[in-house]
Design a protein around this ligand. Structure first.
Ligand SMILES: Nc1ncnc2c1ncn2[C@@H]1O[C@H](COP(=O)(O)OP(=O)(O)OP(=O)(O)O)[C@@H](O)[C@H]1O
Length: 444
């Protein structure tokens, strides 16, 4: 039997893992990893530094192993290795080609989007925006809770517009902010300006991230006006409607309301069943109706989690070489599935703050209080960073759980710790200790 190249397998596995961990976590810990070697049993994953290796070993080993078993269809022995220069494997040719052809994720198209009563309006308006940019609803503002298809729709718009030879730019609120800041730092504001204004469609995902960052808001305000005045299409997604984004300046919020605002609701049972059927088909498996119904009842509010549950059931069945039944699905979700779910389900803010308090030896009351001395401020910022990594809470919620700090304070703290972690052995050690505390709490 021929063995697929490690990088190709790892790219497939990463696609699955991306569904199971939150976005900041994926970007920080997985995005720079590569598949270095696979000989049929040992799988070597290349990591950019020891810090990432430690984190993955401690926190994500079980998820990675199960995903690789699912991908390779056989048991694997996992091993992490630092990437040496020149060691990065060539990208998988086909993926490379796809990437050159389209900057959009090939998994997220209108064809692969299941339409139900929960998302019919959002789907129709997105299609109209892609087919007739700037002509129908401008801006189109789509909001929903996590994992309900906002990114999928924005990417699908980009795909279709691209096919119609329109220039579409997809960017997350976080990326827009980073681009803006580095354009100022590097004196490249003109490049920034033309990158964002020389487009037919701007697709801005997770705009809530920009809230509270005054200069970035100002920049978005001018970009918005420029695009809107010249009838270019703007599509925005967020976790709540414009009026519920208190961190955002009023003039931006009111502009977001100029066009059409649509909510995607959690999927009804029929849509969940169709989704499961499609995803099972895509992985080459046919599921009986009883099992589909079981799964559709098990996860109701988040499509990413629904996909994650299906993947776990498929992996479990492959491992046992067993037929897929509701009973097997139940065992998969409570047995093999229980650890990854626990590992990746957000910890409560209280657990994280208490772990930081113990490791830094600073009482929780001081972390939540007004003390501004250097040690307390650092520990508090560290807690903010971990909350952002491990808990899907918003910046506002994180600020609230740490004594009522503002979202911009939290955002600044997270950026600072992220940067310092690259260079500070002290902080890396603290991170490992905090992770150890948190792993203890996650053990069954
Ligand atoms: N209607 C749908 N049809 C098919 N797949 C869907 C649908 N809705 C969501 N998905 C899938 O669910 C997963 C999560 O969707 P997506 O990332 O678009 O959610 P999101 O709303 O952007 O989440 P977040 O707020 O966390 O960024 C993706 O794999 C996506 O393809």
């Amino acid at each position: 039997m021929s063995i697929r190249p490690a990088q190709e397998l790892w790219e497939t596995a990463l696609g699955e893992i991306e569904l199971q961990v939150n976005k900041p976590n994926f970007r920080t810990w997985f995005a720079k990893t590569v598949g270095l070697k696979y000989d049929g049993s040992e799988f070597v994953i290349g990591v950019p530094n020891t810090f990432v290796a430690e984190y993955l070993e401690l926190n994500q080993r079980s998820l990675i192993e199960k995903t690789l078993i699912n991908t390779t269809h056989s048991p694997v022995e996992l091993c992490f290795q630092l990437i040496q220069s020149g060691q990065v494997p060539a990208a998988v040719p086909q993926t490379n080609k796809q990437k050159q052809e389209s900057p959009f994720n090939p998994r997220y198209t209108f064809e692969s989007f299941i339409v139900g009563s929960c998302n019919r309006m959002a789907h129709a308006a997105s299609l109209a925006a892609a087919q007739n940019p700037g002509k129908s609803y401008n801006p189109l503002y789509i909001y929903a809770e996590a994992g309900l298809g906002k990114t999928h729709l924005l990417q699908a718009i980009g795909h279709l517009a691209n096919l119609n030879r329109r220039k579409a730019l997809y960017v997350s609120g976080e990326q827009f902010t980073t681009d803006f800041i580095s354009s100022i730092r590097n004196g490249q504001t003109e490049e920034f300006r033309s990158r964002y204004r020389d487009v037919d469609l701007l697709l801005l995902d997770d705009v809530q991230f920009i809230g509270g960052k005054e200069q970035t808001e100002e920049c978005l305000f001018h970009t918005f006006n420029d695009l809107h005045n010249s009838n270019r299409q703007i599509v925005i997604s967020a976790d709540s409607p414009p009026k519920s984004l208190p961190q955002l300046a009023e003039r931006l919020r009111s502009r977001f309301e100029w066009g059409l605002t649509i909510e995607i609701e959690p999927p009804d049972e029929k849509t969940r069943l169709e989704l499961l059927q499609l995803k099972a088909e895509q992985s080459g498996t046919e599921l009986n109706m009883d099992t589909l119904e079981y799964l559709a009842q098990a996860v109701k509010h988040n499509i990413r989690e629904l996909e994650g549950s299906l993947n776990r059931v498929l992996a479990y069945a492959r491992l046992l070489r067993a037929a897929i039944t509701p009973d097997l699905a139940a065992r998969a979700l409570s047995d093999i599935g229980s650890r990854p779910v626990r590992e990746n389900s957000p910890l409560r803010p209280g657990n994280i703050i208490s772990a930081v308090s113990q490791v830094f030896q600073i009482p929780t009351t001081e972390l939540l209080g007004a003390a501004r001395d250097k040690d307390t401020a650092l520990a508090r910022q560290f807690a903010m960073f971990i909350l952002k990594q491990q808990n899907s809470a918003s910046l506002v919620e994180i600020g609230q759980s740490l004594g009522g700090r503002s979202a911009s304070t939290v955002s600044h703290a997270c950026d600072k710790i992220q940067l310092e972690l690259e260079n500070s052995t002290f902080l890396r050690l603290k991170m490992t200790e905090v992770q150890n505390h948190l792993s203890q709490q996650r053990l069954p």
